[in-house]
Design a protein around this ligand. Structure first.
Ligand code: COI
Length: 356
């Protein structure tokens, strides 16, 4: 109720932030949009560089109806989180990785992009300006959403003449309504998320619009989300609508290799390193759908979903369950290791966190 009241207030342009913050129910954060105080905006024209950005009060933005992002989907997004520590300091997790991924994606989508330094600085400034919206320790995190958009006018299909980099933030808790409980996935055999040579490996907005139909149909049938297979062999695991996927068999953890159709997740990459440091053998390779039948555990990774254990997967009408729908030991262990690191509760031997 608190969040919808805040949303209504923002839509009607009425900000009464003190009472809104006081109304915050930090114990029941989900993963929904909540307006905060400031957003960061930086612009550049084609052929030029992003120069100086600025903080603006959070609110609607104006755009030419002919903007490249609106007409032809020339847009990218990123996602990262800030956590508040017990001592009040704020930690970012590997923000330069998001910056680099945005640069890779921008190259694929014919867009200029901020430098790594500009990106990281903008994230820091935005988080600090919205510091009061970072949830208290243990209650969640501040989700940071950088956007890169073609905002100049086009009519014929062409790269936009002007671009906008924008960051907004929103406090979040668990992504799935199941909370920390295992999620139930369905494999959609005939719908594919990405094709070789396409844009599956970059975080372009269209990849996410393209899965909404399958995701909505799955949710209507009671599943948490959809697991997609490759479109060539219709046999190898790709990813879930909003996250990467891993299987566990004994001491071996496997995940689909990055080959252009799979989003190179920063949580994916971090979990691979954490698992190796704990003595697991991690294989990045094609993972066949048949391997789901005798996996001990399956889990998903992503900034938003963190590490989400999978309770069951349904494929061609058959349901395979894992760990009696409970949380597997390996998933739990990796979740704890990663989140403790992100929250500053264990020594950051990897040098992954950035304190603000
Ligand atoms: C994230 O995990 O941060 C993402 O960008 C996925 C999004 C669909 C929530």
């Amino acid at each position: 109720a608190a969040s919808s009241a805040r949303f209504d207030a923002a839509v009607s342009g009425v900000y009464s932030e003190v009472s809104e913050l006081a109304d915050m129910d930090w114990d029941n954060l989900g993963f929904g949009f909540m307006p905060t105080d400031y957003m960061y905006v930086m612009k550049c024209s084609r052929g030029g560089n992003f120069s100086k950005g600025e903080l603006q009060r959070f609110g609607n933005i104006e755009m030419n109806p002919s903007a490249g992002v609106l007409n032809y989907g020339q847009g990218l997004f990123e996602g990262l989180k800030a956590y508040k520590k017990e001592d009040g300091k704020i930690l970012l997790f590997r923000p330069e990785e998001n910056a680099q991924r945005m640069r890779m994606g921008a190259e694929r989508m014919c867009m200029p992009s901020p430098t790594v330094e500009q990106f990281v600085e903008a994230v820091k400034v935005t988080v600090l300006a919205n510091e009061r919206w970072v949830p208290p320790p243990g209650k969640g995190s501040l989700y940071i959403r950088p956007l890169l958009m073609g905002t100049g006018a086009v009519l014929g299909l062409a790269p936009s003449p002007e671009y906008t980099f924008l960051i907004y933030v929103s406090p979040v808790g668990n992504y799935f309504k199941e909370g920390l409980a295992p999620i139930n996935l369905v494999i959609e055999a005939e719908v594919h998320r990405a094709a070789p040579g396409g844009t599956g490996g970059v975080k372009t907005i269209g990849n996410y619009a393209a899965v909404l139909k399958a995701q909505s149909a799955a949710k209507a049938k009671g599943y948490s989300d959809v697991l997609y297979l490759d479109c060539v062999h219709k046999k190898y695991l790709e990813e879930v609508s909003s996250c990467n996927v891993f299987t566990v068999k004994g001491n071996v953890i496997s995940t689909p290799s990055i080959k252009g159709t799979i989003l190179p997740g920063i949580t994916r990459k971090s979990i691979i390193d954490v698992a190796r440091s704990q003595g697991f053998q991690v294989e990045e390779r094609p993972v066949s759908v048949d391997e789901l039948l005798d996996a001990d555990e399956v889990f998903c990774t992503g900034t938003a979903v963190v590490v989400s254990p999978v309770g069951s997967i349904t494929y061609l009408g058959k349901r395979v369950s894992y760990q009696n729908n409970g949380i597997g030991v390996v998933s739990q262990q990796l979740y704890s290791a990663l989140t403790r690191l992100q929250m500053g509760l264990t020594e950051d031997v990897m040098n992954w966190t950035m304190e603000l």
